[in-house]
Design a protein around this ligand. Structure first.
Ligand code: F3S
Length: 428
């Protein structure tokens, strides 16, 4: 792999052993991918926290967070002192909400350990955004900007909606990127890999967030890791929340990291531009039958109509979605046999607190929570057997992770389930 003089100096130890280990990791990673060079980045989304029991035990026995970072982020066989980050780095979601630890079944010792870890992370210059939606809270890269992001739902938003460039990175590659400001130049960093491969035409209107979730889930299954191009969206232009759900769904059922919406997303002013002048490899059509089949698939585990738990906020809710949930809950009560947890970034919760939405949600018996979600934390209210969700991504993962039944529907249907304790959703 070709290294610039600056990169070679980092690899040779000019900036200390941790940076040299990071360069070694990036070269091994890049060679495995067939990358011929690295590219500069000043935008990293990373997971650094050590909230699993194994990592906590490792930190205790080997000497704290430097040891955890050396082993799990740099693949270093010796513990090296970790310097402050060189690049702008924000933290992804965590394993629990520190403000709701008891509710999520997390003990005080773990919370204390986590707080020490967060002190270490902050002292190294990492922003404690703690969300799967960094683009909502101040990390909004520009078109063409090279990034190194973790979290599939954020990656697809970054590439497709913002036109910035990233692959779905892992803890190790972003650990190396934040210390060096480099990431291998391959995959979606290269313009030729960003062009559309599959044409998707529509036989039904895609209007609601739930419609976008169904479309995304179906497309992901069809194209897997290719680049779909959706044509024919001229009315009902999707907002942030709809594209957030669409991308999260497509990256769950498949491994989609990039899509184009002709006339909407920045690299698809026209169909010709979206396909890069090439012919699509395949033609796909999403009509009423496909929508119905996808709804049935997402509701495939739902049998009992009595709902124990409603989880909203996957990916983390926008302030608009919190406003909508608060309006739907105003003057109502969550059923005594049901729980309602809504997840959002902590910065957006501050806004919801100031606007009074948190109070409305809490007054109704629900909870506005941050930093994590049920899938990440593997936590649900005690005794949960049946959940209701407005996220195709969460409906994809939660039954497998927690062994629960799941109903998928609109936000209105989910709030209705929280207040009635019953699933009364209408099939698509
Ligand atoms: Fe975010 Fe959890 Fe969904 S991390 S994307 S809310 S699975």
């Amino acid at each position: 792999m070709h290294l610039t003089d600056d990169e070679q100096a980092m690899a040779d130890g000019r900036d200390g052993p941790a940076v040299a280990r990071a360069m070694d990791l990036l070269q091994r990673y890049g060679r495995a991918l067939g990358a011929e060079r690295l590219v500069a980045t000043n935008n990293v989304v990373a997971s650094i926290s050590a909230t699993t029991p194994f990592m906590r035990a490792y930190a205790r026995s080997k000497g704290g967070m430097d040891a955890v970072f050396s082993e799990f982020s740099l693949d270093s066989d010796t513990v090296v002192a970790i310097p402050p980050v060189k690049t702008f780095t924000v933290h992804t979601q965590l394993g629990f909400d520190p403000g709701s630890a008891a509710r999520m079944g997390v003990d005080e010792q773990t919370v204390h350990f986590y707080q020490q870890g967060e002190d270490w992370t902050n002292a190294h210059g990492v922003q404690a955004t703690n969300t799967c939606t960094p683009y909502q809270v101040g990390n909004l890269p520009t078109r063409g900007e090279h990034c190194a992001w973790m979290e599939s739902s954020a990656v697809i938003y970054c590439n497709s909606v913002l036109g910035a460039r990233t692959n779905t990175e892992g803890r190790e590659s972003v650990g190396a990127a934040m210390l060096t400001g480099r990431i291998p130049y391959w995959g979606y960093h290269r313009p030729e890999n960003r062009v559309g491969t599959h044409r998707v035409t529509l036989g039904v209107d895609i209007v609601s967030t739930s419609d976008w979730g169904l479309l995304g889930y179906w497309i992901g299954e069809q194209v897997q890791e290719r680049v779909p191009v959706v044509e024919g969206i001229t009315q009902h232009i999707p907002n942030l929340a709809r594209l957030k759900h669409f991308g999260a769904a497509a990256s769950s059922s498949g491994g989609v990291e990039m899509y184009h919406l002709v006339g909407i997303t920045p690299e698809a002013h026209s169909a010709d531009m979206a396909y890069g002048g090439r012919k699509p490899l395949a033609e796909l059509h999403f009509g009423a039958a496909e929508r119905k089949r996808t709804w049935e698939q997402l509701n495939g585990t739902g049998r009992d109509l009595k709902v124990d738990y409603v989880m909203l906020g996957c990916p983390h809710y926008t302030i608009e979605q919190i406003w909508e949930a608060a309006r739907l809950l105003a003057g109502r009560q969550v059923h005594p046999d049901c729980a309602l947890w809504i997840f959002t970034p902590r910065a957006i919760k501050s806004l919801a607190d100031r606007n009074g939405y948190t109070q409305t949600i809490e007054a109704a018996g629900g909870h506005l929570m941050t930093d994590s979600c049920s899938a990440m934390s593997r936590a649900a209210p005690k005794g949960t057997r049946v959940v209701a969700l407005d996220s195709a991504k969460q409906a994809h993962y939660l039954p497998a992770i927690l062994g629960v039944q799941a109903w998928y529907g609109s936000t209105e249907e989910c709030i209705d389930a929280a207040c009635s304790g019953q699933w009364r959703g209408v099939p698509a």
